[in-house]
Every structure is written in structure tokens, then in C-alpha cells.
Design a protein around this ligand. Structure first.
Ligand code: UDP
Length: 496
């Protein structure tokens, strides 16, 4: 069944964007920001979602309605059981076994017909002018062609990582490499860059994935441009090079999280927080400015139980105040037992543990936060950049190792904890990649008074200012959003 919620202020809008996010927190959250941003700039938006994901977005939907933004939520039935998925498994973070990834991707592709039917039905009322869809939703290319409108892809990477991904794919760099740990130099990259196959994006091995990956790439190549959640001044050379290599326009419209900068909407971003936000703020208020390290590894990282314990012991040894977001729960009862068996008691005066969903932006923005230990998902990374905090980088998989390189080697706003290997999504091995000593040293160094830490802090603040300038009126990203709406608005009357 297809139904829509929300108001559409068709009269005032210049272009109508259909946004189709991948159902994974790190992909959906930036698209909710994109929807807000486009609507705030006067465009209409249809935001495609499914029942389970819509319920996570309840806070966002309520905000949109309260603000009277022209965002329509198109809620499509997600065919879980039809594709061998458990009932309610509508988000990548709900997949229990890696083998079901393919089923999930097929269920996504089955949204093509109902979405097409919905858009046709809506056509008289408000013809779409452009589809912006996640790179993984390759099937939206067909819809765009059928409607005669452009499709822009969104992958959620920064320019630096997008460029590496393109070069790897164009040159088939990973194809004949058998040794996961062999170092390769990325040819044609504007600066020298070497990394192993395992640390390259696109190395996730799921049986049967090859065909889907080919379709994604094929459709991405056919797409009319890319929307990038970054800003020109952060990584000019990589964004320009990306446009040349991909032979496409890259619309840098970020950091999109900044659409929350002056509002109280940041607390409910992505999902409802699993703890009392007021209590969290009260705790932060009681801490000295810049004294707390925030530790969070996003929504999908499969940090092993042993590694979590080792990380906790490192935090304890550092003697610095911390907020640690742990997604152990019923999945790792041994971690819960370990936390309860003395750890929480020992650190209770200076450590806050958040189980489940944390209001990450609200925390990062607080003046008590002086450092961010992150898995380097791009959203977390760019949120850290906007908050002006230096980072300790702890990549797990996907393009996170590239984001680490951008932060540590290019921007010089963070230091590595020293991860040597990859912890793939869906990992079930029991390995410790980073010792408690390495954690202690990194935290102690980043949060300390040394010259190196001072410089990291200074540069982090510098980029936060640049990010705001890009996003604010007449900044590069601000202007790009306006241009995007203008350019796509010209298609509105042409399609049918
Ligand atoms: N996030 C959050 N609370 C959590 C975990 C994650 O608000 O407890 C948000 C975080 O702010 C970011 C997104 O979820 O916007 C995660 O995206 P990212 O690209 O950093 O990592 P992924 O989850 O895709 O690995």
C-alpha cells in the first residue's frame, strides 16, 4: 500500500525532489537533512520511506509538520517476508546475518513498481523534477528515465573517498588482487595515497553481491550528477578531481547536519534517544569545557565483545571523563555483564555509558566535549568537523579508512588510534585490534595539554568556522543548494 503524509505547498515551490534514501541510519539521516535543506530553500520534497523507518523518523516528521515544510512522506510497504527477511527487517541495522544482505537489496529493488505507481498518481498534482537516490538504489534510474527527469546519486561519502571509489572502479583495481593486505597506490589521485585492498571501499564480500554492485555502478555512471555532503573549502582539490574523473557535476551542499545548528531538532536526529536527554545535558554541564571525550562507532560497526572490553579498560586507564555509546545489548550479554561487574562503578564519577541510540549531535555540540573517538563514518566525521572537535580515528570498514586519511593526513585534525586490520560489517570473529594501552595513549594525548594536541584543536576550530561559512547565506554550499533547485526546477514542466 502506498500513502502519503504531510503538506505540499505546491504554489511556492520551484522544484520537486524525490528523495530515496537507503534504509540504514548513516544513509537516511543525511537525506533527512537534505530534505529539510531543500524545503527550507523553497523546494518541494517527496521523502520515500517504509513503516519501520518512518516510526524512527517520528521526531523528524513532527518537526517538518510543525515548521510547515513542503516535505511529503511516501510510506511504501517493504516486502520483507516476500524476500525471505524476518518481519520488520526494514533497515540494514536489523539484518542479523550477512547472508540476508542480498535479500534486503532485492526487497529494495521491489519498491520500483509501487514508487513508480505513486509518482504517476501524483503527477498531475506535483510532477517530480529530479530524483536524488542512494547509490545502492540502482533501480531508481529506470524510474527517472521513465519520467524523463534527472537522477542524481547520493552515496554519503566525502569528495576524497568518492574519488578513490571512482578510480578503483574505473581501473578495476581490486579485481585481480588476491592478497587482501597488498598495498596499492591509487593512480591519478591528486596526492599520494596507498592502501591495502581490505581497506578499500567495495571490498565487502557477500555472495551474489557482484551482480548488484555492477548494476549500482552502471546506473551511477548513467546518473546526471552526485550530491555530496561536504563543502568545497574542505577538500577543493579532491572534489574538482572527482568531477573530472567522474565526468559529472558534484553538488557539494554540506555539511548538511548544520541545518540543525540553531534549532532543538538535533536531539531527535535519526531516532529517539535511548536515554534522558536532559540528564545527559545536566551531566555535560557539570563537566569542564573541553574535558570530555565522546566515543561512538555509528550504527553498524561490529566491534567485538573483547574489543569493547579492551576499549573500556583503555578509557578507564586514561583517567579522562568520557561518554561511551555502546550497542552491545542482547547481542553481547558478556559485555553487559562486564560493565555491571565493577566497570560502571569504578568510572561512575567521570564516565557516562549510553546503551542504544545516542543524541550524537547534541552531545558533540556541547562545550564540555573536547575530543571524539570515531569509527570515521562520514556523517560522524563531518559532524565532528562542524563541532570543531579533534578526533581519534578508529575505522572499521567501508570507506572509513579513507576518511581517517583525510582527517589525519590532509586536515590534520585527528590522530589514529592505530587500527591495523578491518572489522567487516557482520563480523563475528573475536579479535582485539587495538589494545587498552593504545586507547589510553591516544585519549591521553588528544585530551592533554601538549603542543600537538593544541594544534589539532586549533585546526579543528578553523574547519568548523569554514564549514559554517560554506553553509550560511552566500556560502559555497548555500549557493549550490540554490543552483540545484534552480537547475532542477527547469525540468518540472518537461517531464511526463
Ligand atoms: N548516530 C546517532 N546516534 C547513535 C549512533 C549514530 O545519532 O547512537 C548518528 C550519527 O550522528 C550519524 C549517523 O548516525 O549521523 C551514523 O552515520 P555514520 O556515517 O557516521 O556511520 P554509519 O552508522 O553509517 O557507520
Amino acid at each position: 500500500m502506498t500513502f502519503a503524509r504531510g503538506n505540499v505547498h505546491s504554489g511556492s515551490a520551484s522544484a520537486h525532489f524525490v528523495l530515496v534514501p537507503m534504509m540504514a541510519q548513516g544513509h537516511t539521516i543525511p537525506m533527512t537533512d537534505m530534505a529539510r535543506l531543500l524545503a527550507e530553500h523553497g523546494a518541494q520534497v517527496s521523502f520515500v520511506t517504509t513503516p519501520v523507518n518512518a516510526s524512527r523518523l517520528a521526531g523528524f516528521i513532527a518537526d517538518v509538520e510543525a515548521a510547515g515544510l513542503a516535505i511529503r512522506f511516501v510510506e511504501l510497504h517493504f516486502p520483507t517476508t516476500e524476500f525471505g527477511l524476518p518481519d520488520g527487517c526494514e533497515n540494514l541495522d536489523l539484518i542479523q546475518a550477512k547472508g540476508l544482505f542480498l535479500n534486503f537489496m532485492e526487497a529494495c529493488a521491489a519498491l520500483r513498481e509501487p514508487l513508480m505507481a505513486h509518482l504517476r498518481e501524483q503527477h498531475q498534482l506535483s510532477p517530480p523534477s529530479c530524483i536524488i537516490s542512494d547509490m545502492m538504489h540502482w533501480w531508481t534510474g529506470d524510474i527517472a528515465r521513465e519520467l524523463g527527469i534527472p537522477r542524481l546519486t547520493f552515496i554519503g561519502f566525502c569528495g576524497f573517498s568518492s574519488l578513490v571509489r571512482y578510480i578503483i572502479s574505473q581501473n578495476n583495481l581490486l579485481e585481480n588482487m588476491t592478497d587482501e593486505n597488498e598495498l596499492i597506490t591509487i593512480p591519478g589521485f591528486p596526492t599520494h595515497l596507498e592502501l591495502t585492498k581490505a581497506k578499500c571501499p567495495g571490498s565487502l564480500c557477500v555472495p551474489g553481491m557482484e551482480k548488484i554492485r555492477e548494476k549500482m555502478i552502471e546506473e551511477e555512471l548513467r546518473s546526471d550528477g552526485e550530491v555530496i555532503n561536504s563543502f568545497q573549502e574542505l577538500e577543493t582539490v579532491y572534489i574538482e578531481s572527482f568531477e573530472q574523473v567522474a565526468k559529472k557535476k558534484a553538488w557539494t551542499v554540506g555539511p548538511m547536519c548544520l541545518c540543525h545548528r540553531d534549532s532543538n531538532t538535533m536531539a531527535a536526529r535519526g531516532s529517539k534517544a535511548s536515554m534522558d536527554e536532559a540528564q545527559c545535558l545536566q551531566w555535560l554541564d557539570s563537566m569542564k569545557p573541553g574535558s570530555v571525550i565522546f566515543v561512538s562507532f555509528g550504527s553498524l560497526a561490529a566491534t567485538t565483545p573483547q574489543q569493547l572490553v579492551e576499549l573500556g579498560l583503555g578509557l578507564e586507564a586514561s583517567k579522562k571523563p568520557f561518554i561511551w555509546v555502546i550497542k552491545a545489548g542482547p547481542k553481547f550479554p558478556e559485555v553487559e555483564e562486564w560493565l555491571a561487574d565493577g566497570f560502571e562503578e569504578r568510572v561512575k564519577d567521570r564516565g557516562m555509558i549510553i546503551r542504544g541510540w545516542a543524541p550524537q549531535m547534541m552531545i558533540l555540540w556541547h562545550q564540555a566535549i573536547g575530543g571524539f573517538m570515531t569509527h570515521c563514518g562520514w556523517n560522524s566525521t563531518v559532524e565532528g568537523i562542524c563541532a570543531g572537535v579533534p578526533m581519534i580515528t578508529w575505522p572499521h570498514f567501508a570507506e572509513q579508512f579513507l576518511n581517517e586519511k583525510l582527517v589525519v593526513d590532509v586536515l590534520k585534525t585527528g590522530l589514529e588510534v592505530g587500527v591495523k586490520g578491518v572489522t567487516q560489517w557482520g563480523n563475528t570473529e573475536q579479535e582485539v585490534m587495538v589494545t587498552r594501552d593504545a586507547v589510553e595513549t591516544a585519549v591521553y594525548t588528544l585530551m592533554g595539554e601538549g603542543k600537538a594536541a593544541e594544534e589539532l584543536r586549533m585546526r579543528a576550530k578553523h574547519y568548523a568556522i569554514k564549514a559554517r561559512r560554506a553553509f550560511d547565506e552566500e556560502g559555497s554550499s548555500y549557493n549550490n543548494v540554490r543552483l540545484l533547485i534552480q537547475e532542477m526546477g527547469n525540468n518540472t514542466n518537461a517531464c511526463g
